[in-house]
Each structure stands twice: as C-alpha cells, then as structure tokens.
Design a binder for this molecule. Sequence first.
Ligand code: NAI
Ligand code: UGA
Length: 436
Amino acid sequence: MNVAVIGTGYVGATTSAALASMGHQVIGVDVDRQKVESLNCGRLPFYEEGLEQLMQNLLATGALTFTADLPRAVRESDILFLTVGTPSNADGSADLRYVEGAVRDIGRSIKTHKVIVSKSTVPVGTGDLVKTWLQEELAKRGTDIPFDIVSNPEFLREGKALHDALHPERIVIGCESDKARAVMTSLYEGLRTVLFYTTVRDAEMIKYASNAFLATKISFINELARLCEKTGASISKVARGMGLDSRIGGQFLRAGIGYGGSCFPKDVEALLHLSRQEGVPLQLLDAVARVNQEQAAWFLQKVLRHLGPLSGKKIALLGLTFKPGTDDIREAPALRLIPELLAAGAELSAYDPQGMEAVRRLHPGLRYAKDPYDALAGADGALLLTEWQEFLELDYAQVKRVMAGAVLLDGRNALDGEKMRGYGLLYDGVGERGTG
Ligand SMILES: NC(=O)C1=CN([C@@H]2O[C@H](COP(=O)(O)OP(=O)(O)OC[C@H]3O[C@@H](n4cnc5c(N)ncnc54)[C@H](O)[C@@H]3O)[C@@H](O)[C@H]2O)C=CC1
Ligand SMILES: O=C(O)[C@H]1O[C@H](OP(=O)(O)OP(=O)(O)OC[C@H]2O[C@@H](n3ccc(=O)[nH]c3=O)[C@H](O)[C@@H]2O)[C@H](O)[C@@H](O)[C@@H]1O
C-alpha cells in the first residue's frame, strides 16, 4: 500500500521504517527540511539501535523516501499517518497545534479519498476536531472529498522502538467505517498480533489510560520504597514477590528516582487536564504525578544524609538520559537533580554514553567526563542515575580506588548492594536495606 507518514520525529521515523519493511511504499514527510535531508542520507536525528541501518537499506531499495513536499506525499498515498508531536501547553493540556497544522495542510491538498490515521497521542475528541478541520479546509476549496478518520495509537518504547513497531503486543484501531477497517486490516496483515477494533474515542482513551497505568505502577512502587526503607524491607524483593502474581505482573515495578521521558509526564498531565475540564477528578492519577515530582527531592535527601553539606563536595553522576538505550533527556530525573545539587554547592562531573551533548547545552558548567572512571576520579560520592549496561559492568574495585570517598547511591536499584559493599563502597539504593 502507499503510505505517507507526516512528522518524522521518533515515532514517524520508526513507523516509516517499520511500514516499509512490511512491504509498503512509504513517504516520510516533515516541515523540517534539514531533518528530511539527513533522513534521506540515512542519518537519524536520534539514537536508536538498529534503526539507522534498516533505514539505509530501505532507502537503497526505494521502499522508503523522505520529503518536505506534503502535497506530493498526499497525492501519492492512500493512507496518511499523523505522527507529529503533541507537547504540553502551560496548563498541562495537549498542544494540538502541530496536528491541526498537518491536518489543514492535508485538507488543502487532497483530491481523492484518503484514510487519515492518528498515531500521535491526542485527547479524546480529537478525531472529531480532525474531521472539522478537514471539512473547513475542503469547504474553503468548495470541494467535498470523502475521507476516513482512524485512531491508531502508538505503544512503542524509545530504545526498543523498532522491535515494538514490528512485534507489537496489540494494535488498537479506532475507526468508524468498514472501508477504514478493511484498509487498516490489510495494512497490518504481515504482523502476527491482536488487532483490537474500537471507536476512535475508545482508541484515543486507551493510549492515555495505558501510559497513565504504567506511570501509576511506578509511583506506587516508588512511594512504597520510602516505607520499605523505614521499615527494613527491600523494595526489590517486595516487587519481585508481588510481580510473581500474574494479576499484578512484574513489569514497571522497578523503584528509582521517578519516571521521565517525553511521554509519561506529559500524558499524565494531559489526562489530568481533561479530567478537570470534564469535572471528573482523577484523584489517584493526581497523586501519581505528585509522587513522581517528589521522588527526586526524596533522593536528594538521601544524598545529603550520606554526604553531609554538599558545598565543595565532588559528585560523579553516572547517567543523564531518562532511561538507558536512548539519547533522550526530556524530563530525565537527572535534570531534576542537577540544579538542586549545583544550588547546594556540589561540584559535578558527569558521564553518559549518549546524553552528554544535550545536557551540555543546558548545563555548560558541568565537567563532562570521557568515561565513567574519569567522572568518578576524585569524587566524594557517586550517583547512578541511569542504569546503562556499561555502568553495571564497571570494575567496582577500580571505582573504589579512583574515588576520593566511597559513597555510591544507586538511584535505579540496578547494582548488587552486597557486592558493592564487598568492594568497600558505602552503597545505598532506593527502598533497600541500605545504610539509610
Ligand atoms: N517518542 C515516543 O517514544 C512516543 C511518542 N508517541 C506520541 O507520538 C507523537 C510524536 O512523538 P515524537 O515522534 O516523539 O515527536 P517529535 O517531536 O520527535 O517529532 C514530531 C515531528 O513532526 C514534525 N512536524 C510538525 N508539524 C508538521 C507538519 N505540519 N507536517 C510535517 N511534519 C511536521 C516535526 O518537525 C517533528 O520532526 C506524540 O503525540 C507522542 O506523544 C507515542 C508513542 C511513543
Ligand atoms: O507513549 C509513549 O511515548 C511511550 O511511553 C513509554 O515508553 P518510554 O517513554 O520510551 O519509556 P519507558 O521504558 O516506559 O520508561 C519511562 C520511564 O519510566 C521509568 N521506569 C520504567 C519502569 C520501571 O519499572 N521503573 C521506572 O522508573 C524509566 O526509567 C523511564 O524514565 C511506554 O512504555 C510506551 O509504551 C509508550 O508508547
């Protein structure tokens, strides 16, 4: 099938490559000409293992191309995916300006029937807005071209984007006509997964509900971690014991310094905004967001307990990105801690395999190390903020030798506390039986 993917950011680039590798003819469209140029040269503007190579292969076969020419892409495609960003407005609501911009551009260009599919995360009711915007543009042209609206939310995770796009656990398809349903069914024919058909509104809500529920699991375990620490229980053991019950499930129960990224914080806020707008308070979700905000401050108290006043103290930060396997620092918990540590007078040296360039632009004054040992050299304390594999495989005897002090605080519960203490490190995690 001929598909246009409008917006070639994280989701758009991955969706384009995934659909092309499933045998479809795909044109990725972006208003950012520089992005289009570099994508056409096989260069991704973000880090995602395996994706760049696949894209280069697909570009070489001609199954995938990128353009800034939206009217051409619309002309040449039957299905138009919307994968533009939906960032937060100041009040937490979803900013739909990019969706509206792209939809109105489509409305100015279409000449024949199209299926218009939203993969962007949008609040319930946006499908109706999309219809209105399209009809307005068609009315301006004095035409009445038929179209179908579909909501097909994306559930991929950064760092595992390609795998998730090609092996989804489910594909949610919100549509309102047999024609759209048939088109979407044959589009995904090559994937062995469950196609869950529903209304557009249900599909829009399923996306927010899924992210909100995962965020809830994380805040639940983080809050419980605080109680475990006081009562001498280990949150890792508690989470494991809980997760063995298949009704609970073991995933997303890893305690740490809070969730970050471009989606959980913004989607939780957008759902909360919608709930206030509709006069149906989501009290539990409200607490989820609050607990997440507090978690970095809670960890900072731990840093102060172990290192005392931070003025003049050298602290090594291991990890900056919001999670491993990505160069994305949006809403990274490390970014909540850095200003607090600096304000308390700490001298920071940082190392991250992928995130240093982006953080350097925000905090040019930090020392950015060439490797983890360089970051740790002479440090009074070390904070593990992102659980990159590289940090789990360090030689901790050498870590102890290069540090001036011995405090190692694991904000991700990723290291083995007993082993770390064996190296003479004063190790403490989150909600573990540590040293307090
Ligand atoms: N990043 C992620 O892991 C996931 C994101 N999502 C959702 O997918 C959507 C997209 O997210 P990202 O890819 O992270 O966004 P992004 O901000 O990285 O990319 C959006 C792209 O759209 C382009 N764009 C904006 N207006 C345009 C227009 N009128 N025509 C053509 N291109 C236009 C921008 O130049 C940019 O390249 C959001 O709604 C997000 O919530 C859903 C699942 C996962
Ligand atoms: O809508 C989105 O954009 C995506 O948001 C998340 O994906 P992503 O943001 O890539 O990252 P996750 O792997 O979900 O992690 C999010 C945050 O939660 C934290 N986390 C995760 C799991 C856990 O047990 N504990 C925990 O603190 C991570 O460190 C990270 O900061 C969802 O997992 C995807 O399904 C969804 O499509």
